[in-house]
Design a protein around this ligand. Structure first.
Ligand code: FES
Ligand code: MG
Length: 581
């Protein structure tokens, strides 16, 4: 126990025979821990986002128990600690608003406490990036354990997918195709087990990102939450993190530029959420990897989407796991020489390719061959133009091919309330070729950039059988949603972006292949219109309220920069702070 290759960080708390060592040890002992149980052993923090208000992570105390068993078996000592749990389903105005807050909590809790390494228990959408961001700023040995997806939803004898079915059924109610009673009946069937959304929404996407980045053991992304193998994986992760201490396998050795390129390619292959664009940028910013929006075009575009999961396709996460899970996808990419960096290191000490090269694949319909993909043009489409000088995103696999090159007249909503008040007005001048434009829903404008970008279509058009229209906003959209939806327009209207200048009836051109988003007015006219606005005025008024909201509005970066706080970007390390007494 004392012949470790390098001194333990935790020894700076527990290792000295003096007043300070006495204090640190003595209070730990009030939990009934004998001296030999933690003295000289790697102390493994288990960073837990358990909360009954984050239903997707509500099974995490059990998950933590299995991690602890693994840590103990490998000769470490586990200490579980709670951090802010930003649950997607309950938190208002959006869990994104508190992603950075949670990351600060994580970073300071890791740095200020006696731990040599950390296990991140993540699940619901924002918990994965928040914990990775905080951990990256510290850079200790780190391993991700995800809570796993829910079982398939069941309703009226059919499988239904988290989130996706809500969008589908609510449009069917509006179009008069189903009753409100039928709609409400789907509630309990959709969420019938512990776990995260079972579609390829943001939670599943970020779980796949964590695995393709190399920060988790293979299969972490897809094992269902209630499958006993999920708990085996938690146990094995607990064992592995202890070895990572001795190997000094810190997070920055895994989270390299190469790892992010692998993740971007993986996102294309799985048909992952647009939210990954924002979160990967924020994580990369913390660890010091330079990632640009255009990397998504360079690395991701042209990669076929081969995972046939909702919302882009048919199946759910259960089938994905049974078909072979992410290792099977990575193997397929690698065999076609489409995995950019096979030699990227992962947390188990092997390369990504070593982990997946023999991965079995059991179902060609769920994980399709590259020459028979769900969509040829997977990846995230990055758009630029006078309407999005710093970029915007669209997910081709969720869009209608015939709308990806489109010219239409704008119908403009000043904010989400304006949209709700106006969208079903029978006199609204809108048809299937119109482009719905909504502003003031970005990071500053909405406080957190809510997932309202997939604006529901006008009821009168739904009744006519219209199923998709081009929509443009500075908002995000749920990874479970679909449609020809342009998101993350940067800069946002509330930061002086040109969305603020669009008027009803303006012509807008979208051309995904050319990566172009253009407002058809002259530069001079655009300038005049923008000069008439003072977008910062509203922010200033809100910011004077104080509290976290003020901090948020004053420091949040735009979507193309990952919506981190300006003062949080970068790595501050895990140097042990001075004593508390
Ligand atoms: Fe938590 Fe979807 S709401 S994962
Ligand atoms: Mg979501």
């Amino acid at each position: 126990m004392t012949d470790r290759k390098r001194p333990l960080r935790s020894a700076q708390w527990f290792g000295s025979a003096d007043k300070n060592g006495f204090m640190y040890r003595s209070w730990m002992k009030n939990q009934g821990i004998p001296d030999h149980e933690f003295q000289g052993k790697p102390i493994i923090g288990i960073c837990n986002t358990w909360s009954e208000l984050t239903p997707c992570n509500a099974h995490f105390r059990k998950l933590a128990e299995h991690v602890k068993k693994g840590v103990l078996e490998a000769g470490g000592y586990p200490v579980e600690f709670p951090v802010f749990s930003n649950g997607e389903s309950n938190l208002r105005p959006t869990a994104m608003f508190t992603r950075n807050l949670a990351s600060m909590d994580v970073e300071e809790a890791i740095r200020g406490n006696p731990m040599d390494a950390v296990v991140l228990l993540v699940g619901c959408d924002k918990t994965t990036p928040a914990l990775l961001m905080g951990a990256a700023s510290c850079d200790l040995p780190t391993i991700v354990v995800t809570g796993g997806p829910m079982l398939n939803g069941k309703h009226q004898g059919k499988d239904i997918g988290s989130g996706t079915v809500v969008w589908q059924l609510s449009e069917q109610v509006k179009a008069g195709k189903i009753s409100m009673h039928d709609f409400m009946a789907a509630e309990a069937g959709m969420s019938r087990s512990a776990g995260t959304c079972n579609t390829m929404g943001t939670a599943s996407t970020m779980a796949c990102m964590a695995e393709s980045l190399g920060t988790s053991l293979p299969h972490n992304a897809a094992i269902p939450a209630v499958d006993s193998r999920r708990y085996v994986l938690a146990h094995l992760s607990g064992m592995r993190i202890v070895d990572m201490v001795d190997e000094d396998l810190i997070l920055s050795k895994v989270l390299t530029r190469e790892a992010f390129e692998n993740a971007i390619r993986t996102n294309a292959a799985i048909g992952g959420s647009t939210n990954a664009v924002v979160h990967l940028k924020a994580i990369a910013g913390r660890i010091g990897v330079d990632l640009e929006l255009d990397d998504w075009t360079r690395i991701g575009r042209g990669t076929p989407t081969i995972v046939d999961l909702q919302p882009s396709g048919r199946f759910l996460m259960e089938e994905f796991y049974y078909a072979g899970g992410l290792p099977a996808v990575l193997r397929r990419l690698g065999e076609a020489e489409r995995l950019p960096h096979k030699d990227a290191l992962t947390v188990n000490g092997q390369t990504l390719w070593e982990n997946v090269k023999d991965a079995p694949l059991y179902n060609d319909e769920v994980i399709r061959p590259l020459d028979n993909p769900l969509r040829e043009d997977g990846g995230i489409c990055i758009l630029h133009g006078n309407l999005a000088p710093r970029g915007a995103v669209l997910k081709p696999s969720a869009a209608s091919p015939e709308l990806m090159k489109h010219r239409g007249k704008a119908v403009v909503f000043d904010d989400f309330d304006h949209y709700k008040a106006r969208i079903n007005d029978p006199d609204l001048d809108v048809d299937a070729d119109s482009i719905l434009v909504m502003r003031n829903c970005g990071p500053r404008g909405y406080h957190g950039m809510a997932e309202v970008g997939n604006m529901g279509l006008p009821a009168k058009l739904l009744e006519q059988g219209v199923t998709d229209m081009v929509r443009i906003s500075d908002a995000r959209m749920s990874g479970t949603a679909y449609g020809t939806v342009v998101l993350h327009v940067a800069p946002e209207a509330a930061a002086g972006g040109p969305l603020a200048a669009v008027r009803d009836g303006d012509w807008i051109e979208l051309d995904c292949d050319a990566g172009r988003l253009h407002l058809d007015i002259s530069d001079a006219e655009l300038e005049v219109r923008l000069a008439e606005n003072d977008p910062t005025e509203k922010s200033r008024r809100i910011a004077s309220d104080g509290g976290y909201r003020q901090l948020y509005i004053e420091h949040v970066l735009q979507a193309d920069e990952g919506c981190d706080f300006d003062f949080l970007v970068g790595k501050r390390g895990a140097e042990v702070p001075r004593h508390s007494h």
